[in-house]
Design a protein around this ligand. Structure first.
Ligand code: C5P
Length: 224
């Protein structure tokens, strides 16, 4: 039916940050409220998709009508996403930490009076979007986000190619935009077919429009 254009389609959405432990009480992370990713998961579900939301640690509620898998780290997020394949749609909104700590301490690291802090040794995390974009069970539509503070378009185009995505939703998250943690967003859609600028909208409205665009593209049977 017209109002459930994604009925029978499976979608995976990632949202929120990941936390990469340093020791049992400390971690490194990116800033992310999860608002945009959660809104997209809910919007896809409203169009009839069977949605699994893989969420990092957030303080917002699980959206309605969606299966939620809660994870902490990038490695856990990657495993959860891969376990959801095959799927028709992947929307990777999570702000995954690029690095994790090598040799996470089992006990709280104590300050040593008069000594400098021990350096943190980091290693790269898996790129979940890139893995999905090049996977043998690649979903029909693979969508990434690009939170940038400069050169939004150029970086978005690079990401489209490098990650094997059909669409990159780029936004400027410079501190003066108020986008990070806020309820509004202004995005630029970068696909192989061109660029589309959306006006500033609430994150729910961005989610709604993106879900409609996903339905349109899937039902056209092409990805750009
Ligand atoms: O490279 P960058 O982190 O800017 O790319 C952002 C996009 O890639 C987002 O869609 C994000 O969810 C995804 N990503 C990912 N795994 C990573 C890093 C980013 O899925 N390790």
């Amino acid at each position: 039916p017209q109002h459930k254009p994604l009925a029978g389609k499976r979608a995976i959405v990632t949202s929120g940050p990941t936390h990469e432990p340093i020791d049992p009480v400390r971690y490194i992370a990116n800033r992310s409220s999860g608002k945009q990713g959660h809104a997209i998961a809910a919007a896809l579900a409203r169009l009839g998709a069977e949605v699994t939301l893989v969420s990092g640690p957030v303080t917002i509620a699980d959206p309605r009508g969606v299966t939620v898998r809660h994870v902490e780290t990038a490695e856990e997020m990657r495993a959860a996403v891969l376990s959801c394949l095959p799927a028709d749609i992947a929307v990777m909104v999570a702000a995954v930490a690029d690095w994790r700590v090598v040799g996470t301490a089992g006990q709280k690291i104590k300050k040593q009076p008069g000594e400098p802090p021990a350096p943190l040794v980091l290693t790269e995390n898996p790129d979940i979007l890139k893995t999905i974009g090049h996977h043998e069970q690649r979903p029909t539509l693979v969508i990434g986000f690009a939170a940038e503070t400069e050169n939004v378009e150029a970086n978005g185009r690079k990401k489209l190619a490098a990650k094997g995505a059909d669409l990159i939703v780029a936004n400027d998250v410079s501190p003066d935009t108020g986008i990070m943690g806020g309820d509004r967003n202004r995005v630029r859609l970068i696909s192989h077919g061109g660029i589309e600028d959306w006006p500033e909208l609430g994150k729910d409205a961005v989610a709604e429009r993106l879900a409609a665009l996903i339905a349109e593209r899937l039902n056209q049977g092409k990805s750009d």
